[in-house]
Design a binder for this molecule. Structure first.
Ligand code: MG
Length: 367
């Protein structure tokens, strides 16, 4: 591997509706498209932190800064010859997983192209169809929530995930059950509850949920273990499952029965594969979450989600679900609840250069 040039393009695309979770709300999607030029090939990745730093401390600005001032100078100075070398360099930087994911996934795209293989086969996946779930945020009224689900459900999504927070849980769940019957349902709290809510959270067992995702803060493995011992519904860790050692800890404490693996949160596909393997060894099924990313990151999540232990629908949805437009060709579409990875090599989707230009906020070239 000889990295000759790296281009960063920060793009911003308006959302179809504000995306609101327990800690904040956004109206636009920021993504940093990373193009790595190496050995006559171009690999494409995406670094995709949420604006407003309410999912993690990372923002589009901090991620841009890390790429420009730390990671890219380090890559050009160290001249890594393999992906292992790159991952060793990444270990020297604490955090900034979104920036690392942007570079690492671009390099994996190149690696797959060199082997004339689609990315999912390089990762060990065997299928091109990935089941998709609909995710909905927090709304001001139950009617708004129900009408959003009504609008998208005809695409056949395999389950519905509702964001919850104290004061917005049982009531919307009851309404959704009433309107949509026994559709598979799960909830995500993004860490919004506390110890005082243990009894209340247990009452959500009545809804027969597939899982409850990250009810408590990311470091509180004990509270999750306590709730899991009291509750029938499986607990899923998202923010708390930051690396393999976090999964080891969660498994030993019995803090969860399911893990959500996000390429961006864990710093790339190498980490995601390792976590998938640790979970499989411990008989913990996983699924692939999103930020949500634009098309490049979403496509890479689809490739990851073809691995054996991904046993629940992914959060990757149709491009048009969240974004007024997307930067890949073809755009993502859900048919009968499934997204199919097109034939091809590497990411199997192409960047639409005209749209990258149209939505560009800034661009820098390094060589
Ligand atoms: Mg989550």
């Amino acid at each position: 591997m000889n990295i000759e040039r790296i281009t960063l393009t920060h793009v911003r695309i308006p959302l179809v509706e504000p995306f609101t979770i327990s800690n904040g709300s956004v109206r636009e999607k920021d993504g940093i498209i990373v193009r790595v030029f190496s050995d006559g090939l171009v690999g494409v990745g995406e670094a995709s932190p949420m604006a407003g730093s309410f999912y993690s401390e990372e923002t589009p600005e901090s991620t841009w800064g890390c790429l420009v001032h730390r990671i890219i100078p380090m890559l050009f100075a160290s001249k890594p010859v393999s992906l292992d070398d790159v991952n060793i360099l990444f270990h020297k930087i604490h955090g900034d997983t979104f920036a690392k994911a942007g570079i690492e996934t671009a390099l994996r795209d190149i690696e797959a192209q060199k082997q004339d293989s689609p990315l999912y086969k390089l990762l060990g996946g065997k299928r091109r169809d990935v089941e998709s779930g609909l995710a909905v945020g927090i709304y001001s009224t139950v009617d708004q929530l129900v009408s959003t689900i009504e609008r998208y459900l005809p695409e056949g999504y395999k389950r519905v995930k509702i964001k919850i927070q104290p004061g917005w849980d049982a009531t919307p769940l009851r309404a959704v059950k009433k309107c949509f019957g026994n559709i598979p349902l799960m909830v995500d709290a993004n860490g919004a509850y506390s110890h005082d809510d243990l009894e209340h959270l247990c009452s959500l067992d009545e809804f027969e949920l597939m899982m409850i995702e990250q009810p408590f803060s990311k470091d509180d493995f004990d509270a999750h273990a306590q709730l899991q011992a009291m509750m029938r519904t499986p607990i899923c860790l998202d923010e708390g499952a930051c690396d393999c050692s976090a999964i080891e800890k969660a498994a030993s404490k019995k803090s969860c029965r399911i893990v959500n693996i996000k390429i961006q949160r864990v710093g790339g596909l190498t980490q995601a594969e390792a976590m998938h393997a640790v979970c499989a060894e411990k008989a913990i099924p996983v699924w692939a979450g999103t930020m949500p990313e634009l098309g490049v990151g979403a496509a890479q999540t689809l490739h990851l989600a073809t691995l054996d232990n991904f046993l629940f629908p992914t959060d990757v949805e149709s491009s048009r679900r969240w974004f007024v437009d997307d930067i890949i060709e073809p755009m993502l579409e859900v048919h009968n609840g499934v997204i199919e990875i097109p034939d091809g090599i590497g990411n199997c989707f192409q960047l639409n250069e005209r749209k990258v230009l149209q939505y560009k906020v800034r661009e820098e070239i390094f060589q």
